[in-house]
Design a protein. Structure first.
Length: 130
């Protein structure tokens, strides 16, 4: 019983920490948090894929797709960002397609590909920190 209470307390603490971080973060830091969240979900999906935990794998891939599509892609300003924003939008669509493929086909290589792309973009984003 103590174990589950302890896990609940840790989960609540982590949730408050994330919510506090989001509430106090500047826009640049929020994008970094989105990259981190997507990377974490993909890493977790890889572990669940290896363990044969199909439901948990799918849940984590769905979260990653949500972060990429409704977080990273949605944050693009296509009017101001011009060609770069259009290319990033297409890249985010590609990542979502690859994540869906990874989920349907249990393809770790597709997960690794998207993970690598997100790491590269995150590194570039951190380089331009204002």
């Amino acid at each position: 019983m103590f174990g589950s209470m302890q896990r609940s307390a840790i989960a609540a603490y982590n949730s408050v920490g994330v919510e506090t971080g989001v509430a106090t973060a500047d826009p640049h830091a929020l994008i970094v948090m989105l990259f981190d969240g997507a990377l974490l979900c993909i890493a977790s999906a890889r572990q669940h894929m290896s363990a044969g935990s199909i439901a948990a794998k799918g849940e984590n891939i769905s979260r990653a797709i949500n972060i990429v599509a409704n977080g990273l892609k949605a944050s693009l300003n296509l009017e101001v960002g011009g060609e770069l924003a259009l290319r990033l939008s297409a890249l985010y669509d590609y990542m979502c397609d690859r994540l869906l493929y990874a989920n349907l086909k249990n393809d770790a290589a597709a997960l690794n590909e998207v993970h690598g792309l997100l790491e590269d973009l995150k590194g570039a984003w951190e380089q331009i920190e204002g």
